[in-house]
Design a protein around this ligand. Structure first.
Ligand code: FA5
Length: 342
């Protein structure tokens, strides 16, 4: 055989073998291809090698060198195909995979404890037939004060006790018509619901409220309330007390002690404040009462026909007692070591 023929059969063998290895899609066919081209006994490379004896001795050195190069090229093509199929040269699993290493646990965030609390409260109230309603956080004085029977000169409307938004022109005077503020209570949603719907009504509304309160262990300038409103015929204070008690026992446990204290809110009459007992102290967690007839009139309901109760509870304080959190500021510190516990 001439050197020329020998070299060109090597070239075509390298090309054929590379193509064959590339086409393999699993370990078995790759192994068959390996035997076909690189097999020690009857592989194609071996067959060509056997023809070395027929080559002019002067050309044998060149032929031998080319044979070695071709063998390396075929071997490389095989290795490449093998690693593509996820195996190493030993036929085992990819050598970069170490099954003894600990598993990879991506750090996933989770739902904030206050959001978890909101979902839990909605679920408990939902079982008592209360549907969720929503209202905006940026409000007008009508919904935050006027319709709630809070008169012009009431201290609750003081610009120092509210976050009024800076507005130009009409409404630039805080508290006047056209001005806007971050709602200071979710009672605004009572008005929006009653403006929209006729009784019977049984809603809750959970959301953020804002007050320029100095932060301490139980106060934060932004916090959440759960408002409740039930309007129907012949609603009584006993209904209100029962709903709040059932709610508290469901959320805080049947052994929770709660008490109702007489209080005053412009939009309820009579009014109460509700406390739970915790670590030797009574802690206020909400206000409540029978809807004031003036509020019914503001939304166009007949106060002689309908009666109702309303309540507004502090979501943070409920969450704190349930989870044993003693400082509200921890909830908003953004400290992951704290938040990860929930
Ligand atoms: C009200 O906001 C009334 N709207 C509640 C109400 C609704 C009364 C319906 C009658 C009928 P008060 O200002 O007391 O009430 O707030 C209610 C609850 O919000 C408090 O009991 C407390 O749990 C929570 N709260 C008040 N201020 C803060 C604050 N700065 N940080 C955290 N929680 C607060």
């Amino acid at each position: 055989m001439s050197l020329q023929d020998f070299l060109s059969s090597l070239d075509s063998l390298v090309a054929d073998a590379s193509r064959a290895f590339e086409a393999c899609s699993d370990a078995d066919t790759l192994e068959e291809a390996r035997v076909q081209y690189l097999g020690q006994k009857s592989g194609a490379l071996r067959d060509i090698q056997k023809q070395m004896g027929g080559i002019d001795p002067a050309d044998r050195k060149t032929a031998g060198m080319q044979l070695n190069q071709s063998k390396t090229a075929i071997q490389d093509a095989f290795n490449e195909a093998k690693s593509r199929l996820g195996q190493n040269e030993d036929g085992g699993i990819d050598s970069t995979f170490d099954p003894s290493l600990p598993g990879h646990h991506p750090v996933l965030g989770h739902v904030h404890p206050i959001t978890q609390t909101i979902e839990h409260l909605m679920e408990i109230m939902g079982r008592m037939g209360f549907e969720a309603a929503e209202g905006p956080e940026v409000e007008d004085p009508w919904h935050n004060f006027v319709a709630l029977n809070i008169p012009e000169d009431h201290p609750a409307r003081d610009p120092l006790d509210n976050f009024y938004l800076a507005t130009a022109g009409k409404g630039s005077v805080p508290g006047e018509e056209g001005s806007q503020l971050l709602r200071s209570q979710t009672s605004t949603v009572q008005i929006r619901v009653m403006e929209d719907k006729q009784p019977p009504i049984r809603v809750i509304s959970l959301g953020r409220v804002y007050r320029p309160d100095a932060p301490d262990a139980t106060h934060f300038p932004m916090f959440h309330q759960m408002e409740g409103l039930l309007v129907d015929r012949n609603v009584t204070m006993a209904n209100l007390k029962t709903v709040l008690r059932v709610f508290a026992e469901n959320y805080l446990g049947t052994d929770v002690e709660i008490r109702f204290r007489p209080s005053f809110f412009p939009f309820t009459e009579p009014s109460v404040e509700v406390d739970f007992y915790w670590n030797g102290n009574w802690v206020e967690f909400g206000g409540a009462g029978m809807v004031d007839p003036n509020v019914f009139e503001a939304v166009g309901y007949d106060p002689d026909e309908y009666s109702g109760f309303a309540f507004g509870l502090g979501v943070e304080r409920l969450c704190m007692r349930r989870h044993g959190i003693t400082d509200i500021r921890d909830l908003y510190s953004g400290d992951l070591r704290f938040l990860k516990q929930f």
